[in-house]
Design a protein around this ligand. Structure first.
Ligand SMILES: Cc1cc2nc3c(=O)[nH]c(=O)nc-3n(C[C@H](O)[C@H](O)[C@H](O)COP(=O)(O)OP(=O)(O)OC[C@H]3O[C@@H](n4cnc5c(N)ncnc54)[C@H](O)[C@@H]3O)c2cc1C
Ligand SMILES: NC(=O)c1ccc[n+]([C@@H]2O[C@H](COP(=O)([O-])OP(=O)(O)OC[C@H]3O[C@@H](n4cnc5c(N)ncnc54)[C@H](OP(=O)(O)O)[C@@H]3O)[C@@H](O)[C@H]2O)c1
Length: 451
C-alpha cells in the first residue's frame, strides 16, 4: 500500500494522480489530490480562454480521471505557510510520498520605469479576472481605455488581445463571470497593439491561435510591412522550422493592407523593445526602442524610440513559479530543483518528495505536455516504491483528519459538484450557459450547500 498526496489539481496534478492509480507495477496505490482553491483543474479552469470551448472541455477528461475510486479531492487546502497552510515536512508525516504540481502562479516582471502605473497590469491579472479566479483583482481594466498595448507575442498575449477585440456579445455564451462580461460590454477599446521585441519568425504564438485573430467578426489585424521585413526570414521563410514558417506566412497575408474600417484593430508589431511606461498618475503610452536583428537570434537597440498610446497595458511576458515555504526553490529559474521529478534538497534527492508540471520544468508547454512530464515523475516514484513503503506515515483516516483540522474546511468532490451545480443555476438565471462564481464566499457557500 502506498498513499500519495498530489499537491495541485491542474493538468500535471490530475495526470500524476491518474498515472499512479492506473499503473500495474505497484498494487494498492491511493491518491489524495490537494488544492488551495475549492475548484479543481488549475489553468484549464482559470487560464484557458473562455471562447476556446473545445480546450475548456478537456475538463471532462480531467473530471473522469478524478472520479477514479482510488483518488480523492481536498480543495481549499493550501500547502506552505499561512495560518491554514500545511508545511511540506508535515505532509511527509501524513503520506508515503508527496508530488508537488503547483504550477507557476505569478507573472514575470519587465523591470522598467512606470511598470506599476495605474492602467498597467500583468496578463495574469487580466486572465484571472475574466476567468473568475477568486483571488483576481476586482476589475476596472477596460474602464475609459481606447488604446491598449499588449507586451509580448506568446499565446497568452494572443488570448488577451483576442478577448479585448471580441465584443461582449461574442462572449455571452461562455462562462465569463457576469461582472467581467458587463465591463467588456462597456469597453471603448478600439486599438490593440500586440508588440514583440524580436521578429515575426521568433514570435512564440502558434499559428492556429495567430490565424484566429484574423477571423474575429468585429476586428481586423494589421501588420506594418516595413517593420516585419526587418526579419531576415521574412522574404524567404522556407528554411524556418514549421511553426515559424507558418506564422510568417499568415503575417505576410496581413502585412501592408490598409484598415478596412472594422470597429476594432489589432496591430501586430515587431522589433520594439519596451523601455518605459509613460504617464502622470496613470499610464498614457508605452515607450519602445526600435531594435534590429543582431544576426544571432537576438536583437540590438537602435537608439530610436516610438511612443504607442495606451490607457491600458497588459504585460504578457511569461509566468513564474512561486516558492512554497519549506520546499527548495531555484529563484533564477522559478522552479523546484529536481532530478527526473525527484525533489533535490542541497543537491540530493529528498526521500518522498517529487515534482511535476510547470513548477518542475518552467511555464512552457501545452496541456498535453504535462502528461509526459507527470509520467516521468511517476516512473521515478514507482522506482522508489520499496523505500517509500518502508516509511511509516499515519493512517489514511488520521491524515484526512489533519487535512480537516486547524481551521481548514476542505471542499471534497461532492462540494465541487455543488459549485458546478450552482454555476449552472446562476447561468440559467442569467439566460446563459454555466457562469462562473468569481468570489471565495460564493464558491464556499455553493460547496457547502451541496457538499
Ligand atoms: C492564460 C493561459 C492560457 C492557456 N491556454 C492553454 C490552451 O488553450 N491550451 C493548452 O494546451 N495550454 C494552455 N495553457 C498552458 C496550460 O494551462 C499549462 O500547460 C498547464 O495548466 C500547466 O499545468 P500545471 O498543473 O503544472 O499548473 P496549473 O494548471 O497552474 O495547476 C496548478 C494547481 O496548483 C494549485 N496550487 C498552487 N499552489 C498551491 C499550494 N501552495 N497549495 C495547494 N495547491 C496549490 C493551483 O490552485 C492550481 O490548481 C495556458 C496557460 C495560460 C497561463
Ligand atoms: N492556445 C494555447 O495553446 C495556449 C494559450 C495560452 C498559453 N499557452 C502556453 O502557455 C505557455 C506560456 O505562454 P506565454 O505567452 O505566457 O509565454 P511565452 O510563450 O514564453 O511568451 C512570452 C513572450 O514574452 C516576450 N518577452 C519576455 N520577456 C520580455 C521582455 N522583457 N520584454 C518584451 N518581451 C518579453 C517573449 O519574447 P522573446 O521570445 O523575445 O523572449 C515572448 O514573446 C506557452 O507554452 C504557451 O504556448 C498555450
Amino acid at each position: 500500500m502506498l498513499r500519495i498526496a498530489v499537491v495541485g489539481s491542474g493538468p500535471s496534478g490530475v495526470y500524476t494522480a491518474q498515472a499512479l492509480v492506473q499503473q500495474q507495477d505497484v498494487p494498492g496505490v491511493t491518491v489524495d489530490v490537494l488544492d488551495r482553491l475549492p475548484c479543481p483543474y488549475g489553468l484549464v479552469r482559470y487560464g484557458v480562454a473562455p471562447d476556446h470551448e473545445k480546450i475548456k472541455s478537456l475538463q471532462n477528461n480531467l473530471r473522469a480521471a478524478m472520479e477514479h475510486p482510488d483518488i480523492r479531492f481536498f480543495g481549499n487546502v493550501p500547502v506552505g505557510d499561512g495560518p491554514r497552510g500545511i508545511a511540506p515536512r508535515r505532509l511527509l508525516d501524513l503520506y508515503h510520498a508527496v508530488v508537488y504540481c503547483v504550477g507557476a502562479a505569478t507573472d514575470r516582471r519587465l523591470g522598467i520605469p512606470g511598470e506599476d502605473l495605474p492602467g498597467s497590469f500583468s496578463a495574469t491579472e487580466f486572465v484571472s479576472w475574466y476567468s473568475a479566479h477568486p483571488d483576481a483583482a476586482p476589475g476596472g481594466f477596460v474602464l475609459g481605455a481606447r488604446s491598449a498595448v499588449v507586451i509580448g507575442v506568446g499565446n497568452v498575449a494572443v488570448d488577451v488581445a483576442r478577448v479585448l477585440a471580441r465584443g461582449a456579445g461574442e462572449l455571452h455564451h461562455t462562462d465569463v463571470p457576469d461582472a467581467a462580461l458587463g465591463a467588456l460590454a462597456e469597453s471603448r477599446v478600439t486599438d490593440i497593439h500586440m508588440v514583440g521585441r524580436r521578429g515575426p519568425s521568433q514570435a512564440k504564438f502558434t499559428t492556429k491561435e495567430l490565424r484566429e485573430l484574423g477571423t474575429l467578426p468585429g476586428a481586423e489585424t494589421l501588420v506594418q510591412a516595413g517593420e516585419a521585413a526587418l526579419d531576415p526570414a521574412w522574404a524567404d521563410p522556407g528554411a524556418l522550422p514549421a511553426v515559424g514558417r507558418r506564422n510568417v506566412e499568415v503575417l505576410r497575408e496581413w502585412s501592408g493592407r490598409p484598415p478596412a474600417g472594422r470597429p476594432r484593430r489589432i496591430h501586430v508589431r515587431f522589433f520594439l523593445r519596451p523601455v518605459a511606461l509613460l504617464g502622470d498618475g496613470a499610464v498614457r503610452a508605452v515607450r519602445f526602442e526600435r531594435t534590429v536583428p543582431d544576426g544571432r537570434g537576438g536583437i540590438a537597440g537602435t537608439g530610436e524610440f516610438e511612443d504607442v498610446e495606451a490607457q491600458l497595458v497588459l504585460r504578457s511576458v511569461g509566468y513564474r513559479g512561486v516558492p512554497i515555504a519549506g520546499l527548495p526553490f531555484d529563484g533564477g529559474l522559478g522552479t523546484v530543483p529536481h532530478a527526473e521529478g525527484r525533489v533535490l534538497r542541497d543537491g540530493t534527492p529528498s526521500p518522498g518528495e517529487y515534482v511535476a508540471g510547470w513548477i518542475k520544468r518552467g511555464p512552457t508547454g501545452v496541456i498535453g505536455t504535462n502528461r509526459s512530464c507527470a509520467k516521468e515523475t511517476v516512473a521515478s516514484l514507482l522506482a522508489d516504491a520499496g523505500a517509500l513503503s518502508a516509511r511509516t506515515p499515519v493512517t489514511a483516516e488520521e491524515a484526512r483528519a489533519v487535512l480537516r483540522a486547524a481551521g481548514r474546511r476542505p471542499v471534497e468532490w461532492p462540494g465541487w459538484l455543488g459549485i458546478e451545480a450552482a454555476e449552472a443555476a446562476l447561468g440559467r438565471r442569467l439566460g446563459r450557459g454555466p457562469v462562473k462564481i468569481p468570489d471565495w464566499a460564493g464558491l464556499l457557500s455553493a460547496a457547502r450547500a451541496d457538499g
